[in-house]
Ligand binder design. Structure first.
Ligand SMILES: O=C(O)c1ccccc1N[C@@H]1O[C@H](COP(=O)(O)O)[C@@H](O)[C@H]1O
Length: 227
């Protein structure tokens, strides 16, 4: 299996570009130096893809770029079909999956699992602790508004000060409302070594902009001094 290398403190920040739907946007992400590309399997999302399209996109992803499937409360039948069809390197669980479910998915598919945790206040940080002992990585995202259609991909940032100078038991990635303009500041403040973006590199919901992808990756991989 392709092994995902998480960054050390001194290497360049690793970037995940999520919600890709076209060969052009996949190529733009890979050419610009993304470490991960994400495919969304969630019907309500403007970035939703089916397994067959994801397979066709995934086969052209260069070696060394991890292919991530984002699912939301998916059951075994759905994940079985997904993992049989698409050559994947990681599963991102972006719903209300319990720590027990995270462990089950990890064991059943033999793929690293990244669990998304929504943060709005200090109290939410306990969830990062809880999941960091069962998941391979944590995606620290903004908590969605209770009436939002999507559990992520809403372009909302949380207060980055909440996680400044924190350490957890597993690697983590920062997400939520990141853009080419603010990602440098987010990295400086939080010390993130991995960042994830979806709507911040789009010209309209679901429409990735290749030059924004390039700008985002350039901004994230620049030298940053952590405060
Ligand atoms: O992108 C989506 O459509 C999506 C749908 C359902 C769950 C998560 C989703 N996206 C993830 O959310 C984060 C933050 O997105 P954004 O950059 O604020 O738009 C993103 O990194 C995706 O992994």
């Amino acid at each position: 299996m392709f092994r995902i290398h998480t960054p050390d403190q001194s290497g360049p920040v690793r970037v995940k570009i999520c919600g890709l739907q076209t060969p052009e946007s996949v190529a733009a992400a890979a050419d610009a130096g993304a470490g991960y590309v994400g495919f969304v399997f969630f019907g309500k999302s403007p970035r939703n893809v089916n397994a067959e399209l994801a397979r066709d996109l995934a086969v052209d992803v260069p070696l060394g770029v991890a292919k991530v499937a984002l699912t939301v409360n998916a059951d075994d039948a759905f994940l079985d079909q997904l993992c049989e069809t698409v050559p994947l390197d990681m599963l991102q669980l972006h719903g209300g999956e319990s720590p027990k479910r995270v462990a089950e998915v990890r064991a059943r598919y033999g793929l690293p699992v990244m669990k998304a945790v929504g943060v709005a206040t200090e109290a939410d940080l306990a969830d990062i602790e809880r999941y960091s002992t069962v998941a391979d990585q944590i995606l620290i995202d903004a908590k969605p508004n209770p009436n939002a259609d999507l559990p992520g991909g809403n372009g909302i940032a949380f207060d980055w000060q909440l996680i400044a100078n924190r350490r957890w038991a597993c690697p983590w990635m920062l997400a939520g409302g990141l853009t080419p303009e603010n990602v440098g500041r987010a990295i400086e403040l939080t010390g993130a070594r991995q960042v994830d973006v979806s709507s911040g590199v789009e010209s309209a919901p679901g429409i990735k902009d290749e030059s924004m992808i390039q700008d985002f990756i350039n901004a994230a991989r620049k030298e940053h001094s952590h405060e």
